[in-house]
Design a protein around this ligand. Sequence first.
Ligand SMILES: [Zn+2]
Length: 370
Amino acid sequence: MEGDDDVEMREWCHALPKIELHAHLNGSIRDSTLLELAKRLGEKGVIVFEDVEHIIMKYGRSLPECFQLFDLFHILATDHETVTRITKEVIEDFAAENVVYLELRTTPKKNEAKGMTKRSYMKAVIDGLRAVETVDVVLFDSSNENGSESTIINGTSAEMKRRKIYMGLLLSIDRRETTTAAVETVDLAVEMKDLGVVGIDLSGNPVIGEWQTYLPALKHAKEVGLPITLHCGEVPNKKEIQAMLDFCPQRMGHVCYLEEEEWKTLKSLKIPVEICLTSNVRTERVPSVEYHHFVDLYNAKHPLALCTDDPGLFSTSLSNEYFLVASAFGLSKGEMLQISQKAVEYIFADSEMKKSLMKVFEDAQRKLVL
Ligand SMILES: [Zn+2]
């Protein structure tokens, strides 16, 4: 049972405006939606529903169970309608956690049987943004050069003053993809810059694929000025970690298996790190939150952002990640506010959006009890 202090701290972490920089669309699906979609697939005979039901219902899944769910996600989101629905719900859930800026990442998928191309998949994602009902979605718009705030794309705000969630989209290159497919994703990201796409991510099963396969696409992204974040060091792979550090992306996620030399390089390059505590513990990359490299990076004043990786998959929320930091490392409310506010500097959206977010934090500073 949690004491009164913990309950109060949880409430405070919930009220804190937060910046989410590392969340995958599929891994953020609501459990209730997952259950409903899995049931439907079971009825169609695509999967055996009973095999996945207990995993979906479970809080705190084991590593093999997480992998089973990963596989399920890939079968679920194969039509436009589902992609739109999932996106809408995911954004509403983040907004309900007081996430004020969300950089949502997803791998554009092809499904010829459903007439889905990478482009039409992304259109379905954007339709999901437009369908959000609970908050105004303010989308990064690279064509907006007049210095005014970016576009509200689901706007009813002319009549109603509502809360806002600022957003950017990242297109993920999956490690199973070929060089050609990876380049295609980068080209699509360039094409969609004025539709909220702010950067590129490299993700997927870390034991699959070679760095050299994605490098041409990542270099291309760099050349056209698209910011990049890499899932780095999820498994021990010295050669790849070194190559990723040499590439010097704008951000890195996880960085679990770095050796001393590589820590030094990371720190000297000051590459901001997306810290995913629960994800790293659940996938057994670190033994517990207390032993997480967050504390070393934090003490070294290294740029970092607390993130969920996947709130659905890992049964967490961004508020919970802040609570974990407070309880494990005894951080004060002021220090946590500072972590959240600092993350604004590492977002991939433009300076106008950063300015809007700084205002959100100035307001919060006045309202939050520290
Ligand atoms: Zn991830």
